[in-house]
Design a protein around this ligand. Structure first.
Ligand code: NAD
Length: 471
């Protein structure tokens, strides 16, 4: 059994003042695998004090000193890649290939930030003004369970690159992954108080961070509902807020697409990270006259898309992270059936060959309308909706008819046509014939998918404030 009973404040591992214990599970077996002792408000306040004390000196460090720190952190996190991969599989249930990518990503974001920082000019001359980009202050960083290590390292990297000091509140459901990453970051040897890691509940530690007068900036990744609460809490002290929230991303399959290539890619986009991805392409938009072809190909492809043991390299879809998440996904499948969508694959209950664990049958609904609940709300599980369109204008209208705007996909053999369409889609990122990630480009949402951007120069500037000195 894992026992996580320390948090990290002012460069030291300390026992939390909070006494509440929280059970940790292996979602593939539904067995309890350990406990984490949760931090409380007092711990959060202590962490903010440590970050406040560290800020004056750290904010004046040179660019090259911070580049060196980021490189040390990268080396330390890269060294725990195997251990972290194991924890991601055990505690989160990501299939092994995905888990490996996630552990690598947690290290590589630190190196990416070092490269951005090395190239960034903190001062510029505008007319008679010297404009300096100044670190905002203490940053509160709040992460979700679906990529906990990656978000801890990614947010931390951008904040430290800017010269901010930080308090991190990771997801309480990811305490094993957090403890491994914390040990590695400690090894990197940064000054005490520059980063503090306080695992606790959102309503306690998270609430302290979003309201504390000494916190200048909150960077949050999680659900749209919690993002709105953080924005409201932060308004009292006019915090700078970055929100990376939910999505209901469209996958536009154009009528010129080679369906034999497009359908496997669309399924991969939809079932990414076992469907527990904010950027999952969960609304597949297909030309009405090609629906029969699409349905036949999907039925064929679904045979190879298996939910099961995340340690098995043949598994494409791992379990849902929690019983609550499993129940939520079941509820949406039930709603889809009730609202009259056609169940093309999957359905309610556990997959046939699995007797335990929070597994969902990979599910595809066809003949869905964009007004159905399953097309409007983020399900966060392996449940896709096929929606037909009559022509390109109709496809675009359906793609944009959503409260979200995080990501969109266009699959087409006509690149200029796809680019023209991309320009008219309301989403922070549009992927044309690819599922690749570009760590130097800004990432974030339009509409209710968020506020602000992460990664690259845009992500760095989210932790900076310009100051003009005129002479
Ligand atoms: P969540 O909103 O429930 O929790 C996210 C984090 O916020 C957790 O650490 C939680 O403890 C904390 N929290 C909860 N209540 C809080 C409060 N009142 N104040 C401050 N913090 C609070 O989200 P989740 O279930 O962990 O993650 C899934 C959601 O995250 C999905 O909606 C998904 O789309 C979204 N997400 C978005 C992105 C993105 O980059 N846009 C990436 C991954 C996940």
């Amino acid at each position: 059994m894992h026992q996580v009973d320390q948090i990290y404040i002012n460069g030291q591992f300390v026992t939390p003042h909070g006494e509440q214990l929280f059970d940790l599970f292996n979602p593939a077996t539904a067995q309890c695998i350990g406990q984490v002792r949760l931090a409380d408000e007092q711990d959060a306040n202590n962490a903010v004090s440590a970050a406040k004390q560290a800020f004056p000196e750290f904010s004046r460090t040179t660019k090259s000193a911070r580049v060196d720190y980021l490189k040390c952190m990268h080396a330390a996190v890269a060294a725990i890649e195997t251990e972290l991969t194991g924890a991601i599989i055990e505690e989160y249930g990501a299939p092994v290939s995905r888990a490996r990518w996630m552990a690598k990503h947690a290290a590589s974001v630190l190196l990416d930030a070092a490269a951005v920082l090395a190239d960034y000019d903190f001062t510029r001359r505008i007319g008679i003004a010297d404009v300096t980009m100044q670190p905002l202050g203490i940053a509160g960083l709040i992460t979700p369970w679906n990529s906990n290590a990656g978000f801890i390292c990614g947010k931390l990297a951008a904040a430290l690159a800017a010269g901010c000091t930080t308090v991190i509140k990771p997801s309480e459901m990811s305490a094993i992954q957090t403890s491994i990453v914390t040990r590695a970051l400690h090894e990197a040897g940064l000054p005490p108080g520059v980063f503090n890691i306080v695992t606790g509940r959102g309503e306690t530690v998270g609430t302290v961070l979003s309201a504390h007068p000494d916190i200048a900036k909150v960077s949050f990744t999680g659900s749209t509902a919690v993002g709105k609460q953080i924005l409201m809490a932060g308004a009292q002290t006019l915090k700078r807020i970055t929100l990376e929230l939910g999505g209901k991303s469209p996958v536009l399959i154009l009528d010129d697409a080679d369906l034999k290539k497009a359908i496997p890619m669309a399924l991969q986009a939809g079932f990414m990270n076992s469907g527990q991805a904010c950027i999952a392409g969960t609304r597949m938009l297909v030309p009405a006259h090609r629906l029969a072809e699409v349905e036949a190909l999907i039925v064929e492809e679904m045979v190879a898309i298996r939910a099961g043991d995340p340690n098995d390299s043949d598994t494409s879809i791992g379990p849902m992270v929690s019983l609550k998440q499993w129940q939520r996904v079941q509820r949406y499948i039930q709603i889809g059936i009730k609202e009259g969508a056609h169940l093309l694959a999957g359905g309610l209950g556990l997959p046939d060959d699995l007797g335990a664990g929070w597994f969902v049958r990979p599910t595809v609904f066809s003949r869905v309308t964009n007004q159905m609940t399953i097309a409007r709300e983020e399900i966060f599980g392996p449940v896709l909706s096929i929606i037909t369109y009559s022509d390109e204008e109709d496809a675009l209208a359906i793609a944009n008819d959503t409260p979200y705007g995080l990501q969109a996909y266009i699959l087409s053999s006509d690149l200029p046509r796809a680019h023209a369409l991309a320009a008219r889609i309301d989403a922070g990122r549009v992927l044309i014939n690819t599922l690749a990630h570009e760590p130097r480009a800004p990432f974030g949402g339009f509409k209710q998918s968020g506020i602000g951007r992460e990664y690259g120069t845009f992500g760095l500037e989210a932790f900076l404030e310009p100051k003009s000195v005129l002479s």
